[in-house]
Write a protein that binds this ligand. Structure first.
Ligand SMILES: Nc1ncnc2c1ncn2[C@@H]1O[C@H](COP(=O)(O)OP(=O)(O)OP(=O)(O)O)[C@@H](O)[C@H]1O
Length: 583
């Protein structure tokens, strides 16, 4: 855990994200100050107007005063609109940059971090917290100062009218600030509860809808509905309390300021009868007291925003200071073409007391292919993830092309190693976008050439709109087999030296199966390949076979070597069928 002074964290954020917008910030301040001053001036013009109209003031003309009023009111509104526009713009720029930095940082963090942090939490960090910071970035200082100035200005003018009036409304402002803060605090804690209950309900719905097949096939619909009603009931109760708290705080505010208006009118009537105030001055007092509400509310709101922002800044800084367990290396150039893979005495565990590998050693020559077999949980996928350096071994070393992975730059490593996972991730967008990841330097010709080289041209021609075929969210509309074909093409375009293929365990139709196995063959030409196999058919053509068991290697050799040993696990597999033994 990092330990940072909160204040320095705030200044660091401000200086990083607001300094580049210093010019805009200055203009924003100007607009806010102009709008505040004009708001203070306008009631004075109204006073003059009333005093001229009632004959209490001799010099001055009604028409000119009215025009002044309109002009000042218009200018105040325009400055306020301009300040809002600029404030929003500054906030968006700053928060977009912060969001980008957080996302970039999150993508560099190792997989153990991502396994411990749910996607929901990450969304809350990268978007939720940053959205809260938006107001704080652009508005906090400006709104605090301008509202304080407005409040002080109005109280000073009220003191000038009469010191008792000034003192009374200063006390009133302090009391109403205190009450508002208390009410708001109460309402906010209620809202916090409803947000948590909403999150629980949404999380429940998302999980159940995603698993709708299992829910229905297991006859669990009744259970789901029952739980839904329970969660809805909890949410309804907290919503009800939150709304009640909000309505109460709203009404208390109305009552408070109604009392203030009554006080202003009573003071006004008294001073008027005494002859120490004109009708215009009474109205001026009335207007200022009515206007008091805005700065008092705004200051209390800003203080509350500051408290929320502090919590968000702390979490944001924590994320930005979380270091990846995977340190970047320096070696930035590996030879072109196929790369040799070597595991030397590798120990690894996800959790401290549960070793996945103990002293795992094997070597795969450059350009050769390895079929990786083993029971579920024997560590096949872990080998692939370690080769991509999503995890580092606790001891021993892994080398690629003779270079230790830890020494290698991550960028170089991940451009040299490619993996097709069991569950290929496709994104909503066109087939082209899914192949190039929006890299516009990859031309359509290159993509078509990749299809041709992998023997997929005919398949590609069957797509309704070719490269422009749209995929739904999560690749909806494409089968697992088709997704793998796209993944192969992605890899072909990147031209890595090592390809790891985690075969889909789901059954594919024979035509797609045939297409896939021929594409695998073509993809592996002049590359080193590791195939995590779930079917014997897939490893018919591999050069080496390695069977994992209990943290180490059970058997290793060429297909022929293993077949010639009748008591080998591989020979048994051939006899019984792999699915039976590895089920
Ligand atoms: N992120 C993780 N955190 C903790 N333990 C994990 C994690 N991923 C895998 N494991 C554990 O590590 C062991 C090896 O898992 P791995 O996924 O590599 O096996 P596998 O042979 O690929 O299995 P399968 O054939 O089911 O895909 C298993 O015991 C698994 O439970």
């Amino acid at each position: 855990m990092f330990e940072l002074s909160e204040r320095s964290a705030v200044f660091r954020l401000w200086s990083k994200y607001l300094k580049p917008q210093a010019g805009r910030m200055t203009i924003l301040w100007l607009f806010v100050l102009v709008s505040t001053s004009l708001q203070l001036i306008n009631p004075q013009i109204v006073r003059n107007f009333i005093d001229i109209a009632s004959g209490a003031q001799q010099d001055g003309e009604l028409m000119t005063t009215a025009l002044w009023f309109i002009g000042v009111a218009l200018l105040a509104q325009l400055s306020s609109v301009a300040a809002t526009y600029l404030g929003e713009k500054i906030a968006w720029r700053a928060t977009n940059e912060l969001r980008g930095d957080l996302m970039e940082h999150a993508m560099k963090l190792d997989l153990s971090f991502h396994h411990q942090t749910t996607p929901g939490t990450m969304i809350e960090r990268i978007d939720g917290d940053v959205t809260v910071l938006a107001n704080f970035f652009s508005q906090f200082g400006v709104r605090m100062i301008s509202n304080l100035l407005l409040l002080i200005g109005m109280l000073v003018i009220l003191f000038q009218v009469n010191w008792v009036v000034g003192l009374s409304f200063t006390l009133f402002s302090l009391v109403s600030y205190y009450v508002l803060n208390k009410m708001r605090h109460y309402a906010v804690s209620r809202w916090g509860e409803t947000r948590q209950n909403s999150a629980n309900l949404f999380g429940f719905l998302e999980e159940r809808l995603a698993g709708t097949e299992d829910v229905r096939s297991n006859g669990a619909a009744q259970f789901v509905m029952r739980r839904l009603f329970e969660l809805s009931r909890v949410k309804m109760r907290s919503d009800y309390k939150a709304h009640l708290a909000w309505v109460t705080s709203w009404n208390v505010t109305i009552v408070l300021f109604a009392v203030a208006t009554a006080m202003a009118l009573a003071f006004g009537a008294y001073l008027y009868w005494q002859g120490s105030a004109t009708l215009g001055t009474v109205f001026l007092m009335y207007m200022y007291v009515n206007m008091l509400r805005t700065p008092v509310e705004q200051i209390s709101q800003q203080i509350q925003d500051l408290q929320r922002a502090q919590a968000c800044i702390k979490r944001t800084q924590e994320l930005l200071h979380t270091e990846s367990k995977i340190a970047d290396g320096a070696v930035a150039s590996l030879p072109a073409g196929a790369l040799e893979v070597e595991f030397a005495n590798v120990d690894f565990s996800y959790a401290e007391d549960q070793a996945v590998f103990k002293g795992l050693s094997f070597r795969l020559e450059a350009g050769k292919s390895l079929g990786l077999l083993g029971r579920t949980g024997s560590g096949k996928s872990t080998i692939a993830q370690m080769l991509l350096r999503f995890y580092d071994p606790s001891s021993g070393s892994i080398r690629l092309g003779g270079v230790e992975l830890k020494q290698m730059s991550l960028h170089q490593l991940r451009s040299k190693v490619a993996m097709v996972t069991q569950d290929v991730q496709l994104f909503s967008g066109t087939v082209r976008d899914n192949l190039t990841f929006f890299d516009r330097s990859i031309t359509d010709q290159q993509i078509l050439h990749a299809f041709e080289s992998l023997g997929l041209t005919e398949w590609f021609q069957g797509l309704p709109s070719g490269l422009d075929t749209e995929l739904g969210a999560g690749g909806a509309g494409f089968s697992a087999g088709q997704a793998q074909l796209l993944a192969f093409t992605r890899i072909y375009l990147r031209d890595p030296g090592l390809v790891i293929f985690d075969e889909a365990s789901s059954r594919l139709d024979p035509a797609t199966e045939q297409l896939l196995s021929s594409a695998v063959g073509k993809l592996l030409e002049n590359r080193t390949g590791i195939i995590i196999a779930h079917r014997l058919q897939t490893i018919q053509t591999v050069d080496q076979i390695l069977i994992l068991e209990q943290g180490g290697i059970l058997e290793q050799g060429t297909r022929e070597e293993l077949c010639q040993q009748p008591d080998s696990r591989f020979a048994q597999l051939l006899q019984t069928g792999m699915e039976v033994s590895f089920a």
